[in-house]
Design a protein around this ligand. Structure first.
Ligand code: SF4
Length: 233
């Protein structure tokens, strides 16, 4: 996770600390790339806290990290999981121009629950981000993720899947929401693993090239394997 460990937002499902983030570390891109090289990584997933305090939301740091990994560990696939940059298309473009192999932006939940769960997030802004990622082409794979268990209905899940699919998303993750602390939203429902299998099938019937679905699935869960399954289809 880059750009610090303090987020400018306070999503009610997320365990990351909220508050005023510290200044940027100018050596972060180089240090992340050095770590990728030292660990001989084949696939790196880079994400961040939200940095609404920065003019470009931290997009240039995502791009710099991608380029440094290319320099120091050229065989490592780069997957970026980016915030919505408050709908700033120029910031998203900065990220895309670095041409990571995969760019994800998580839709997280259904639009009815955004206000409760994802303060600061706007469903349509996230859809627009996904649309822009998908439209970029150049081999960049668009990806998103949805949590189940916050109180959504089956119809709402299906609608979100249709919405993100119509934005061009090819790779989808579905996982169970787990409550990090008593401050966070309670789990409204635990889904049986068979239900995750059913949603995977529904997603792939809708047209997603690969759906990774299971109680413990997160966007970075076995991300290299997700990509391999995607690429094999
Ligand atoms: S914006 Fe991301 S890191 Fe920040 S609180 Fe929400 S989910 Fe967590």
């Amino acid at each position: 996770m880059i750009l610090g460990d303090i987020c400018t937002r306070g999503c009610r499902y997320c365990a990351v600390g909220k508050g005023k983030p510290p200044g940027l570390d100018p050596n972060e891109p180089e240090n992340v790339a050095k770590a990728a090289a030292a660990m001989e990584l084949r696939h790196a997933v880079i994400t961040s806290v939200n940095r609404d305090d920065l003019p470009d939301g931290g997009a240039s740091v995502f791009a710099a990290v991608t380029r440094e990994i290319r320099r120091k560990r050229s065989s490592c696939r780069v997957e970026l999981l980016i915030p919505d940059f408050q709908g700033d298309a120029r910031a998203i473009q900065i990220v895309l121009d670095a041409t990571p192999e995969i760019v994800g932006h998580n839709i997280e939940t259904v639009p009815r629950l955004y206000r409760t769960a994802r303060g600061g997030g706007v469903y349509e802004v996230s859809l627009a981000a996904l649309r822009q990622i998908s439209a970029f082409g150049n081999g960049v794979v668009p990806k998103t993720g949805l949590m189940l268990g916050l109180g959504e209905t089956d119809e709402e899940i299906l609608q979100v899947m249709r919405d993100v699919y119509s934005c061009g998303v090819k790779l989808l993750t579905l996982g169970q929401y787990l409550r990090p602390s008593s401050w966070h939203l309670p789990v409204a429902r635990y889904y049986h693993p068979d239900e995750f299998e059913r949603w995977k099938q529904i997603g792939e019937d809708l047209g997603f090239i690969h759906v990774e679905s299971g109680p413990l699935v997160r966007s970075s869960y076995l991300a290299d394997r997700q990509f391999a399954k995607f690429a094999a289809k």
